[in-house]
Design a protein around this ligand. Structure first.
Ligand code: AOF
Ligand code: ZN
Length: 368
């Protein structure tokens, strides 16, 4: 369904930004649902605000309507995602808005969920409500880029994070890598991790780095920790097996090391045997578990395969202003079999910011 976009006033734009701010409160906790915030305004006064805290809980609009009560009659409701028209885990918000007697609804973007997809807006208009669509649309789409990707591609949104020196190394030739970036940048990594639903590493990373992959002191939930290991040739006492801190699953193939499997199960690590362990089969597994965004924090070999299989859609590259030199193979992305510069994967929509002494470069890969 095509929905006509409308011009917006500065007040509408500012109020939509407030919706986005409210929505962000639940970052990392809503999967498989989107991040949504809502504000109700009557004669210039905010009379209700809400956000969607997690799947199964009421939608943002419902919280805002509850707060506004009878004062919602004749008022304007702002929401960054089209109000739903379907009965899912919760009843349709479009009906609740009509019942509450709102006069005007300002929507950030059309819902990519095929169960809604413009029908929420159509329902509101049918009931005589004035609806404006596409206010602060770019910011609304960026906030829910993982939800949009999941809906459109039936796959989680894959982000590849790495830290490298200015000469493109993720470790010295000895393999030593602690630390490339500053504590400030590492703090930022914890924040970014908290916004993802799963974080994936290969068996090599567990053997070499023994990472925790938690969000440390960040408020916000720890993502599901995922290890890919075909052989299950893993230490039985790694930090990732402390499942009281955060859940961990190990994805492997049948016939892998049964002693290690037993040791992992004993520590409440979930072990899943896939017929074929590939980045794509891992993404499919995480899609089924409801993940919106997954963070690849793996080494170069796995990153190359994940990229080749179109499982990485965005990069977060931390760049430290230092040079280590060396001609070893410790670079962020291993061999993808590309031999001409014309074959290089283009990274677009770049954004660069400084984080303490380091830089964080964000960019997007082409979506197939
Ligand atoms: C949310 N929160 O604030 C809005 C959503 O299963 P349900 O009932 O929670 O429905 C989930 C769908 O509802 C979701 O995929 C999206 O299309 C729509 N809007 N969802 O979780 C909200 N407004
Ligand atoms: Zn809803």
């Amino acid at each position: 369904m095509t929905v006509q976009e409308s011009p917006a006033s500065a007040f509408d734009r500012a109020t939509m930004q407030r919706c986005l701010e409210l929505a962000r409160t639940a970052i990392g906790r809503t999967a498989p649902n989107p991040l949504v915030g809502s504000v109700i305004v009557n004669q210039g006064n905010v009379i209700g605000e809400g956000f969607h805290p997690q799947a199964g809980e009421p939608h943002a609009e419902v919280f805002a309507l509850r707060q506004a009560g009878d004062r919602a009659r004749g008022a304007t409701l702002y929401v960054n995602l089209e109000p739903c028209s379907h009965t899912g885990r919760t009843p349709p918000c479009a009906e609740a808005i009509i019942q509450a007697g709102l006069a005007r609804v300002v929507v950030g973007m059309v819902d990519p969920n095929p169960l809604v997809a413009g029908q929420g807006i159509a329902r509101l208009r049918q009931a005589g409500i004035e609806v404006h669509v596409g206010i602060e649309a770019t910011d609304c789409q960026t906030l829910n880029e993982a939800f949009i990707h999941r809906m459109q591609h039936h796959q989680p949104f894959g982000i590849f994070k790495y830290a490298m020196t200015l000469d493109g190394k993720i470790a010295a030739s000895t393999g030593h890598s602690h630390w490339i970036t500053s504590p400030t940048a590492r703090q930022k990594v914890h924040q970014l991790r908290a916004s993802c639903d799963a974080v994936i590493v290969g068996g090599n990373t567990v053997r070499q780095d023994n990472p925790h992959l938690t969000t440390h002191d960040q408020a916000g939930s720890n993502p599901l920790r995922v290890v890919m290991s075909r052989s299950l040739d893993l230490p039985t006492d790694a930090n990732l097996w402390h499942t009281a801190v955060a859940p961990t699953i190990v994805l492997t193939e049948s016939g892998a090391n049964s002693e290690v499997k037993a040791a992992l199960l004993k520590q409440a690590v979930e072990v899943i045997e896939l017929p074929d362990l590939t980045p794509q089969s891992v993404m499919a597994q995480l899609y089924d578990r409801g993940c919106l965004s997954v963070l690849w924090e793996c080494g170069g070999t796995l990153a190359a395969t994940a990229m080749q299989q179109a499982c990485i859609h965005k990069v977060w590259a931390f760049i430290a202003p230092k040079i280590i030199g060396g001609s070893g193979g410790f670079t962020p992305v291993g061999d993808m079999g590309l031999s001409q510069m014309t074959e290089a994967l283009p990274i677009t929509r770049l954004n660069i910011q400084s984080i303490g002494p380091d830089f964080l470069l964000e960019g997007y890969l082409p979506v197939e």
